[in-house]
Design a protein around this ligand. Sequence first.
Ligand code: PEP
Length: 247
Amino acid sequence: MAKRPYIVGNWKMHGTRSMLAEARAIDRAAERLMKVEVALAPPATLIHATRKEADLIGVGAQDCHAAEGGAYTGDISAAMTKDAGAGFVILGHSERRTYHQETDADVQAKAASALAAGLNVIICIGETEAQREAGEAEKIVAAQLAGSLPQTPDAGDRITVAYEPVWAIGTGKTPTVDDVNAMHKAIRETLHSVYGDAASEIRILYGGSVNAQNAAELLAGPEVGGALVGGASLSAESFVGIVVAAA
Ligand code: PEP
């Protein structure tokens, strides 16, 4: 059976407890939109409280450390993330790759650690504008994906991939629908070459300047399994608009 569309909000480094009202409103809306799987990734400081306030939606983290524990000041392990109430973790977001120099191998190690701790994972990949202009987008994304996927084919149903062109994140720019569909088809092929049949379980999300106005069009492609949403997930009104468009 085809999986429900998956709409995930990434709050990034936004939100104190006053934002829990938005999570509650999103949770209430999810109750009447059960055709869509809805989730939020608040900052780590709000995971526990969000889980308590919102019981229908998924709650996840935006990163975790690959090690089980140790002298890593300021870091949070996968098991701690799960213990705080997260059910999944976003890994390899382009902001982590850019500002924290995360490599594909880092993302792969984090994903293996997260799966072992019982978290589902959303692995982010995407090309820069210069790479797209040079005609290298599909090649770059395929290499990033192959290098970032954990070597656990039996975990196919716990892995989601998010295609997020770096130049579309937070810019208001989006690729054409044809470009999104072509990239998602190429990603599906890479997933099959790495995981074989287990790859069919994996949803491929699109992320990058999704809003309530463009969501229906961007999400219509056969290989687009939902959206990873940054800015528009910070208010319940705009995020629920995207969920409605996906239903
Ligand atoms: C993101 O950061 O994952 C993202 C898609 O951001 P935005 O929706 O703001 O472009």
